[in-house]
Design a binder for this molecule. Structure first.
Ligand code: PGA
Length: 248
């Protein structure tokens, strides 16, 4: 049995003060959640978020991590630094980073390996654009991204990995994949992992759906057997909305 994991992706939102307010509101609302609860927050808010959630069921993550240990990488933050301030998870290869910041399958792979080496749990994002879906390339794209991200990893590494399947056309657009569409692609991603690492590893791996998931559609998106949670952007910025998704 896979425990569903609902992760908030705050993106570039919330100062430390705003984070403090949101986490304060969130704690009582999600304390009885059956799903695992994670909030991935901007670098500047990680330490405060970790402090405020200590001893609760909310775990804290970052939104990216450098692929190197240290050195001349202006603007990057290392896994060691993230661990030091209390991050446990890290989002890697989000489509916004792939589209706007030159992230590639190779850099996603390097960042994933670096996270694992340092005991951070990667949430690796894959997903097709609208043109790719309309061109019937969805499977080809998610296969390439999945194989690319995991190059060089051992089956045991996968125990600490989560995949987020996020169709790019559904992110921040209010357009959600249907539960059938999401389940179908997630099932396919699981089959890709199965051919790389075997069925037992694939069956244990948690694969989330992400893209305009909200209180109104969370239950139906969480119903299919292959969908193991969600990566939530917009709806993670309001305690009430996020808690409703968490308690779907
Ligand atoms: P959204 O974002 O929920 O606002 O669509 C999801 C994501 O980008 O992770």
């Amino acid at each position: 049995m896979r425990t569903p994991v609902i992760a908030g992706n705050w993106k570039m939102n919330n100062t430390i003060a705003a984070a403090e307010k949101l986490i304060g509101e969130l704690k009582p609302l999600v304390k009885d959640a059956k799903a695992e609860v994670v909030i991935c927050v901007p670098y500047t808010a990680i330490q405060k978020a970790a402090e405020l959630t200590r001893g609760t069921n909310i775990k804290v993550g970052a939104e990216n991590v450098a692929w190197a240990d240290k050195g001349a990488f202006t603007g990057e933050i290392s896994a060691e630094m993230l661990k030091e301030v209390g991050a446990e998870y890290v989002i890697i290869g989000h489509s916004e980073r792939r589209q706007m910041f030159g992230e590639t399958d190779e850099t996603v792979c390097m960042r994933t390996a670096q996270a694992l080496k340092n005991g951070l749990k990667p949430i690796v994002c894959v997903g097709e654009t609208l043109a790719e879906r309309e061109g019937n390339k969805t499977e080809e794209v998610v296969k390439r991204q999945t194989e690319g991200a995991f190059k060089g990893l051992a089956a045991a590494d996968l125990d600490n990995v989560i995949i987020a399947y996020e169709p790019v056309w559904a992110i921040g657009t209010g357009k959600t994949a249907t539960a059938e569409q999401a389940n179908e692609t997630i099932k396919y991603i699981r089959s890709v992992v199965s051919s790389l690492y075997g069925k037992a590893t694939a069956d244990k791996l948690r694969i989330q759906y992400g893209g305009s998931m909200n209180p109104a559609n969370a239950s139906s998106l969480m119903a299919p057997p292959d969908i193991d949670g969600g990566l939530i952007g917009g709806a993670s910025l309001k305690a009430e909305d996020f808690s409703k998704v968490v308690n779907y």
